[in-house]
Design a protein around this ligand. Structure first.
Ligand code: F6R
Length: 248
Protein backbone atom coordinates (compact mmCIF):
# COMPACT_ATOMS: atom_id res chain seq x y z
CA UNK A 1 0.00 0.00 0.00
CA UNK A 2 1.46 3.41 -0.91
CA UNK A 3 2.13 5.45 2.22
CA UNK A 4 3.23 9.09 2.25
CA UNK A 5 4.49 10.49 5.52
CA UNK A 6 4.52 14.26 6.01
CA UNK A 7 6.30 16.19 8.72
CA UNK A 8 2.99 17.30 10.24
CA UNK A 9 -0.74 17.26 9.60
CA UNK A 10 -0.80 20.81 8.25
CA UNK A 11 1.61 19.99 5.47
CA UNK A 12 -0.25 16.74 4.76
CA UNK A 13 -3.65 18.47 4.74
CA UNK A 14 -2.44 21.08 2.27
CA UNK A 15 -1.12 18.35 -0.03
CA UNK A 16 -4.45 16.48 0.00
CA UNK A 17 -6.40 19.72 -0.56
CA UNK A 18 -4.18 20.59 -3.52
CA UNK A 19 -4.71 17.13 -4.99
CA UNK A 20 -8.49 17.59 -4.73
CA UNK A 21 -8.25 21.10 -6.23
CA UNK A 22 -6.18 19.80 -9.16
CA UNK A 23 -8.76 17.08 -9.82
CA UNK A 24 -11.62 19.61 -9.79
CA UNK A 25 -9.75 21.89 -12.22
CA UNK A 26 -8.86 19.11 -14.65
CA UNK A 27 -12.49 17.99 -14.76
CA UNK A 28 -13.77 21.57 -15.01
CA UNK A 29 -11.52 22.14 -18.03
CA UNK A 30 -13.18 19.15 -19.69
CA UNK A 31 -16.64 20.44 -18.76
CA UNK A 32 -17.13 17.56 -16.32
CA UNK A 33 -18.42 17.44 -12.78
CA UNK A 34 -16.28 16.15 -9.90
CA UNK A 35 -17.89 13.68 -7.52
CA UNK A 36 -16.22 13.71 -4.09
CA UNK A 37 -16.71 11.36 -1.16
CA UNK A 38 -16.17 13.25 2.09
CA UNK A 39 -15.48 12.38 5.71
CA UNK A 40 -16.14 14.22 8.96
CA UNK A 41 -14.29 14.12 12.29
CA UNK A 42 -11.10 15.85 13.37
CA UNK A 43 -8.87 14.43 10.63
CA UNK A 44 -10.10 16.25 7.48
CA UNK A 45 -10.61 19.68 9.11
CA UNK A 46 -7.30 21.03 7.78
CA UNK A 47 -8.09 19.79 4.27
CA UNK A 48 -11.43 21.61 4.32
CA UNK A 49 -9.80 24.78 5.69
CA UNK A 50 -7.29 24.74 2.84
CA UNK A 51 -10.02 24.11 0.23
CA UNK A 52 -11.94 27.07 1.67
CA UNK A 53 -8.79 29.21 1.42
CA UNK A 54 -8.22 28.13 -2.18
CA UNK A 55 -11.78 29.23 -2.94
CA UNK A 56 -11.44 32.56 -1.12
CA UNK A 57 -7.96 33.54 -2.23
CA UNK A 58 -7.29 31.64 -5.43
CA UNK A 59 -10.67 31.43 -7.12
CA UNK A 60 -11.15 27.66 -6.88
CA UNK A 61 -14.80 27.03 -7.70
CA UNK A 62 -17.01 24.21 -6.46
CA UNK A 63 -19.91 24.98 -8.84
CA UNK A 64 -19.24 21.71 -10.67
CA UNK A 65 -18.65 19.60 -7.57
CA UNK A 66 -21.07 17.04 -6.17
CA UNK A 67 -20.40 15.58 -2.74
CA UNK A 68 -21.44 12.44 -0.87
CA UNK A 69 -20.62 12.18 2.81
CA UNK A 70 -19.65 8.81 4.20
CA UNK A 71 -21.95 8.72 7.16
CA UNK A 72 -24.31 10.26 9.71
CA UNK A 73 -25.34 9.23 13.19
CA UNK A 74 -28.79 7.69 13.57
CA UNK A 75 -31.01 9.13 14.75
CA UNK A 76 -29.74 12.66 14.21
CA UNK A 77 -31.40 15.99 13.48
CA UNK A 78 -29.42 18.09 10.98
CA UNK A 79 -29.60 21.10 13.32
CA UNK A 80 -28.07 19.25 16.29
CA UNK A 81 -24.54 20.42 17.20
CA UNK A 82 -23.13 16.91 16.60
CA UNK A 83 -24.75 16.35 13.21
CA UNK A 84 -22.49 15.79 10.23
CA UNK A 85 -24.74 18.14 8.23
CA UNK A 86 -23.78 20.89 10.63
CA UNK A 87 -20.11 19.80 10.67
CA UNK A 88 -19.88 19.99 6.88
CA UNK A 89 -21.61 23.37 6.72
CA UNK A 90 -19.35 24.86 9.38
CA UNK A 91 -16.10 23.35 8.16
CA UNK A 92 -16.58 23.54 4.40
CA UNK A 93 -19.86 24.20 2.65
CA UNK A 94 -20.57 27.64 4.19
CA UNK A 95 -17.16 28.81 2.97
CA UNK A 96 -17.30 27.72 -0.68
CA UNK A 97 -19.58 28.23 -3.69
CA UNK A 98 -21.02 24.71 -3.83
CA UNK A 99 -24.69 24.41 -4.78
CA UNK A 100 -26.36 22.90 -1.71
CA UNK A 101 -28.49 20.80 -4.10
CA UNK A 102 -25.24 18.96 -4.93
CA UNK A 103 -24.55 18.01 -1.31
CA UNK A 104 -25.55 14.52 -0.16
CA UNK A 105 -25.36 13.34 3.45
CA UNK A 106 -27.14 10.27 4.85
CA UNK A 107 -30.43 11.34 6.43
CA UNK A 108 -30.48 10.73 10.17
CA UNK A 109 -34.13 11.75 10.49
CA UNK A 110 -35.78 8.93 8.54
CA UNK A 111 -38.15 6.45 10.15
CA UNK A 112 -36.46 3.03 10.40
CA UNK A 113 -38.60 1.44 7.69
CA UNK A 114 -37.52 4.02 5.10
CA UNK A 115 -33.79 3.54 5.63
CA UNK A 116 -33.23 0.58 3.27
CA UNK A 117 -34.79 2.43 0.31
CA UNK A 118 -32.85 5.59 1.18
CA UNK A 119 -29.58 3.61 1.23
CA UNK A 120 -30.26 1.97 -2.14
CA UNK A 121 -31.06 5.38 -3.59
CA UNK A 122 -27.77 6.80 -2.18
CA UNK A 123 -25.86 4.07 -4.02
CA UNK A 124 -27.90 4.56 -7.20
CA UNK A 125 -27.29 8.30 -7.16
CA UNK A 126 -23.51 7.82 -6.90
CA UNK A 127 -23.57 5.32 -9.75
CA UNK A 128 -25.76 7.52 -11.95
CA UNK A 129 -23.13 10.27 -11.66
CA UNK A 130 -20.44 7.88 -12.86
CA UNK A 131 -19.13 6.94 -9.41
CA UNK A 132 -16.94 8.73 -6.87
CA UNK A 133 -13.85 10.35 -8.37
CA UNK A 134 -12.09 10.61 -5.03
CA UNK A 135 -12.99 9.41 -1.53
CA UNK A 136 -11.44 11.04 1.53
CA UNK A 137 -11.21 8.80 4.62
CA UNK A 138 -10.14 8.96 8.23
CA UNK A 139 -9.69 5.85 10.35
CA UNK A 140 -11.23 5.07 13.72
CA UNK A 141 -9.36 3.29 16.49
CA UNK A 142 -11.50 0.19 15.82
CA UNK A 143 -10.10 0.16 12.28
CA UNK A 144 -13.36 1.50 10.87
CA UNK A 145 -13.58 3.48 7.64
CA UNK A 146 -16.82 5.39 7.37
CA UNK A 147 -18.70 3.68 10.18
CA UNK A 148 -17.85 0.20 8.88
CA UNK A 149 -16.98 -1.38 12.19
CA UNK A 150 -15.23 -4.74 12.72
CA UNK A 151 -17.31 -7.47 11.12
CA UNK A 152 -18.27 -5.38 8.08
CA UNK A 153 -18.31 -7.29 4.81
CA UNK A 154 -15.91 -6.23 2.04
CA UNK A 155 -18.79 -5.91 -0.43
CA UNK A 156 -21.10 -4.03 1.97
CA UNK A 157 -23.17 -1.12 0.68
CA UNK A 158 -24.77 1.89 2.32
CA UNK A 159 -26.73 0.69 5.34
CA UNK A 160 -27.71 1.18 8.98
CA UNK A 161 -25.01 -0.09 11.34
CA UNK A 162 -24.38 -0.40 15.07
CA UNK A 163 -21.46 1.61 16.41
CA UNK A 164 -18.67 -0.12 18.27
CA UNK A 165 -18.33 0.69 21.97
CA UNK A 166 -14.85 2.21 21.41
CA UNK A 167 -16.23 4.46 18.65
CA UNK A 168 -18.96 5.70 21.00
CA UNK A 169 -16.38 6.28 23.73
CA UNK A 170 -14.21 8.28 21.32
CA UNK A 171 -17.28 10.39 20.43
CA UNK A 172 -18.36 10.91 24.04
CA UNK A 173 -16.73 14.34 24.39
CA UNK A 174 -18.81 15.75 21.50
CA UNK A 175 -22.00 14.42 23.10
CA UNK A 176 -21.23 15.15 26.76
CA UNK A 177 -21.01 11.48 27.74
CA UNK A 178 -21.02 8.12 26.00
CA UNK A 179 -24.63 7.46 27.01
CA UNK A 180 -25.66 10.36 24.73
CA UNK A 181 -23.84 9.03 21.65
CA UNK A 182 -26.28 7.36 19.25
CA UNK A 183 -25.83 3.60 19.05
CA UNK A 184 -26.38 3.54 15.30
CA UNK A 185 -25.32 5.31 12.12
CA UNK A 186 -25.97 5.21 8.39
CA UNK A 187 -22.74 4.64 6.48
CA UNK A 188 -21.53 3.98 2.99
CA UNK A 189 -20.22 0.42 2.83
CA UNK A 190 -16.73 -0.93 2.26
CA UNK A 191 -17.94 -1.86 -1.23
CA UNK A 192 -19.17 1.69 -1.86
CA UNK A 193 -15.81 3.15 -0.80
CA UNK A 194 -13.92 0.59 -2.85
CA UNK A 195 -15.56 1.68 -6.10
CA UNK A 196 -14.09 5.20 -5.82
CA UNK A 197 -11.44 5.86 -8.49
CA UNK A 198 -9.05 7.31 -5.89
CA UNK A 199 -9.05 6.74 -2.13
CA UNK A 200 -7.04 8.87 0.30
CA UNK A 201 -6.93 7.69 3.92
CA UNK A 202 -5.51 10.26 6.32
CA UNK A 203 -4.37 9.77 9.91
CA UNK A 204 -2.61 12.09 12.33
CA UNK A 205 -1.35 11.71 15.84
CA UNK A 206 0.28 8.96 17.90
CA UNK A 207 -3.15 7.75 19.05
CA UNK A 208 -3.67 6.35 15.53
CA UNK A 209 -0.21 4.74 15.19
CA UNK A 210 -1.16 1.22 16.25
CA UNK A 211 -4.35 1.01 14.14
CA UNK A 212 -2.48 2.52 11.16
CA UNK A 213 0.13 -0.21 11.48
CA UNK A 214 -2.59 -2.89 11.50
CA UNK A 215 -4.34 -1.27 8.52
CA UNK A 216 -1.17 -1.05 6.42
CA UNK A 217 0.75 -4.16 7.50
CA UNK A 218 -1.76 -6.42 9.21
CA UNK A 219 -3.51 -9.46 7.86
CA UNK A 220 -6.52 -8.57 5.72
CA UNK A 221 -9.56 -9.27 7.84
CA UNK A 222 -13.00 -8.01 8.77
CA UNK A 223 -11.63 -7.56 12.30
CA UNK A 224 -9.88 -4.41 11.01
CA UNK A 225 -12.04 -3.19 8.12
CA UNK A 226 -9.39 -0.71 6.90
CA UNK A 227 -7.18 -3.71 5.98
CA UNK A 228 -9.49 -4.28 3.00
CA UNK A 229 -7.90 -1.17 1.49
CA UNK A 230 -4.73 -3.24 0.97
CA UNK A 231 -6.66 -4.90 -1.88
CA UNK A 232 -7.20 -1.60 -3.70
CA UNK A 233 -4.89 -0.34 -6.46
CA UNK A 234 -6.10 3.20 -5.95
CA UNK A 235 -5.46 3.90 -2.29
CA UNK A 236 -2.89 6.13 -0.63
CA UNK A 237 -2.33 6.45 3.11
CA UNK A 238 -1.36 10.01 4.03
CA UNK A 239 0.15 10.21 7.50
CA UNK A 240 1.96 12.57 9.81
CA UNK A 241 5.13 11.34 11.50
CA UNK A 242 3.36 10.40 14.71
CA UNK A 243 0.68 8.25 13.03
CA UNK A 244 3.44 6.53 11.02
CA UNK A 245 5.71 5.78 13.96
CA UNK A 246 4.76 2.08 14.38
CA UNK A 247 5.24 1.19 10.69
CA UNK A 248 8.17 -1.15 10.14
C1 F6R B 1 -16.27 10.23 9.71
C2 F6R B 1 -15.90 8.82 9.57
C3 F6R B 1 -15.01 8.13 10.55
C4 F6R B 1 -13.81 8.99 11.00
C5 F6R B 1 -12.98 8.25 12.04
C6 F6R B 1 -11.82 9.09 12.55
O1 F6R B 1 -17.11 10.62 8.64
O2 F6R B 1 -16.36 8.20 8.67
O3 F6R B 1 -14.54 6.94 9.98
O4 F6R B 1 -13.02 9.29 9.87
O5 F6R B 1 -13.79 7.88 13.11
O6 F6R B 1 -12.32 10.19 13.28
P1 F6R B 1 -11.36 11.39 13.68
O7 F6R B 1 -10.93 12.03 12.39
O8 F6R B 1 -12.22 12.33 14.48
O9 F6R B 1 -10.21 10.82 14.42
Amino acid sequence: VPVTVYHDQHEASRAVAHRIAALIKVKQAKGEKTVLGLATGATPVGVYAELARLHREEGLSFRDVITFNLDEYYPMQPTAPQSYVRFMDENLFNHIDIDKANVNIPDGTLPLDQIPAFCLEYERKIEALGGLDLQVLGIGRTGHIGFNEPGSAPNSGTRLVTLDDLTRRDASRDFGGKENVPTKAITMGIGTIFKAREIVLMAWNGKKASIVRKAVEGEISGEVPATYLQLSDNVEFVLDQDAAMDLT
